[in-house]
Ligand binder design. Structure first.
Ligand SMILES: Cc1ncc(COP(=O)(O)O)c(C=O)c1O
Length: 492
């Protein structure tokens, strides 16, 4: 047990600052030598001193891959704050953290249970490990055209059918702030002696806000990866990977983190993780609660604008919706007859407002510790003005009709692992003639953004027919090399 650490400390930043102010003459990487060799064109934009702290691993600055000095101290502080046994700094995003989590528990041929709407980093981890995915379906909200969480019943059923799986990976909360009943799910996973992994890319702030969904570690998860850069103060690419040790091998996790990360991690990124942790420890509660209050106010105002809808607590209790993070502002714009992508363009070009993402029915805004009343006012004013000035002619009833009229096809048979499919000999064949062949790519339609085919799966006549009907209804296709889906890539 570590003693209680001083969360106001930033040991890594302090060590870096000491090194730079000590007047050392650097005969080491990086070659720009603390910015002295930087071309002025870059310096004029990012500031002449911006690279002064861009340092390299050395005795006094520790080594991310064998941390025993200031990086270990910084990681220990993060572990103590979040309630982990071990925390690791990751500098290639939650993507890197998810790769390492999957590689830690699954090797070639091992099964891992994952949601069908897995982020590409999960599919990437499965490809790298050679594991076999057992896909489970998230719930779908047809009004929003969005995937929600997976239910405990769905997880239980998958575990019953695949008792040999090594673990279950849950995405919680979703990009849109929807959380499932994670505690119950983790208990189910542990009862089956499996490992519970959580893609918590959108949840590094959960423990600091009142009434937010429970964070993965508090729900009992064995490992979770959080995009510290997405929601709180760290720089882009920075994530935290937390774990508790009873069900996983920590040395193996460390080995996997080495495998997926550079031997030359960027120290400015690492320092930003150190400081982001300190900021949350010292001010996190007030900062996150302020963002929640602002979001609630914004949500109310948006819901008074004719044609717009911003979902909130009324969705709690629906399948896959156990709790919500209100700082994710999903504005459903289909009431204006506009697609989300159209609204994204209007907001960017007419109002200089950029959303996080758009999909068929929605645009998503993130409210974080970086926002205040002024930003909120600009956003609501832009939406109000846009809703009066613009209206579209999209007829979304066609989409509702197609989904109510056709039956969802059976989950395809997994014939090869995604990795075997990736490395197999592939060729393009006409999609309508591909029944019985093994798919070598991901094919997804929006809404709701859940893949219909993944690499290594056998294409059935039912799936072809289903895709054709969605295509005829004008749904957006994502994933295949031939985006019109006239042809599909298959394994020879
Ligand atoms: C659900 C989910 N998981 C994982 C990731 C990957 O995170 P990162 O961009 O930090 O690598 C993302 C990124 O958008 C995501 O939305």
């Amino acid at each position: 047990m570590l003693p209680v650490l001083d969360q106001t400390d930033t040991p890594l930043l302090a060590a870096m600052n000491h090194y730079v102010t000590d007047g050392v003459v650097p005969f080491h990487t990086p070659g720009h030598k603390q910015g002295k060799g930087m071309h002025p064109r870059l310096g004029e934009i990012i500031g002449r001193d911006a690279l002064a702290l861009d340092l390299a691993l050395m005795a006094e600055l520790d080594d991310l891959h064998e941390a025993h000095g200031c990086i270990k101290d910084a990681q220990d502080l993060a572990a103590q704050l979040y309630g982990a046994e071990y925390s690791f700094f990751v500098v290639n995003g939650t993507t890197g953290g998810i790769y390492a989590m999957i590689l830690t528990i699954a090797g070639p041929g091992d099964k891992i249970i994952v949601p069908r709407n897995a982020h590409r980093s999960i599919i990437g981890g499965i490809i790298l490990s050679g594991a076999i995915p057992v896909f489970i379906h998230p719930e779908v909200d047809n009004e929003l055209g969005l995937a929600m969480g997976v239910t405990p019943q769905t997880v239980e059923e998958a575990i019953r059918k695949h008792p040999d799986a090594k673990g279950v990976l849950i995405i919680n909360p979703t990009y849109y702030g929807v959380a499932t009943d994670l505690k119950t799910i983790v208990d189910i996973i542990h009862k089956a002696n499996m490992v519970a992994l959580v893609d918590e890319a959108h949840g590094p702030h959960l423990m600091f806000g009142d009434g937010l969904p429970v964070q993965a570690l508090d729900a009992g998860a064995d490992m979770c990866a959080q995009s510290t850069h997405k929601i709180i103060g760290a720089m882009t690419q920075c994530s935290l990977l937390h774990c508790r040790a009873d069900r996983i091998s920590v040395p193996r996790l460390k080995a996997m983190l080495q495998l997926v990360q550079s031997t030359s991690p960027n120290y400015i990124l690492l320092a930003s993780l150190d400081v982001a942790r300190m900021q949350m420890a010292t001010e996190g509660r007030s900062l996150v609660n302020k963002a929640i209050a602002l979001s609630n106010k914004v949500r109310d105002e948006i819901n008074r604008i004719p044609g717009l809808y911003c979902f909130g607590e009324e969705k709690i209790g629906n399948p896959g919706v156990y709790s919500l993070d209100p700082t994710k502002i999903t504005v459903t714009v289909k009431g204006l007859g506009l697609k989300g992508a159209e609204v994204e363009r209007i907001l960017r070009h007419d109002y200089k407002v950029q959303v996080e993402l758009s999909d068929m029915y929605n645009v998503l805004f993130l409210i974080t510790l970086g926002d205040g009343e002024e930003e909120a006012r600009i956003m609501v004013d832009a939406l109000r003005d846009m809703a009066v000035k613009y209206g579209g002619k999209n007829d979304f009833t066609i989409i509702n009709d197609v989904y109510s009229q056709i039956e969802y096809p059976e989950m395809p048979e997994q014939v090869l692992s995604p990795r075997q499919a990736l490395y197999g000999q592939t060729r393009m064949v006409p999609f309508t003639e591909s029944a019985g062949k093994i798919c070598a790519e991901i094919i997804t339609f929006y809404p709701p953004g859940i893949p219909l085919l993944c690499p290594g799966e056998r294409i059935s006549g039912d799936v072809i027919e289903y895709c054709r009907k969605l295509q005829d209804a004008g749904l957006h296709i994502s994933g295949p090399e031939d985006y019109l889906l006239q042809t599909v890539k298959v394994v020879e």
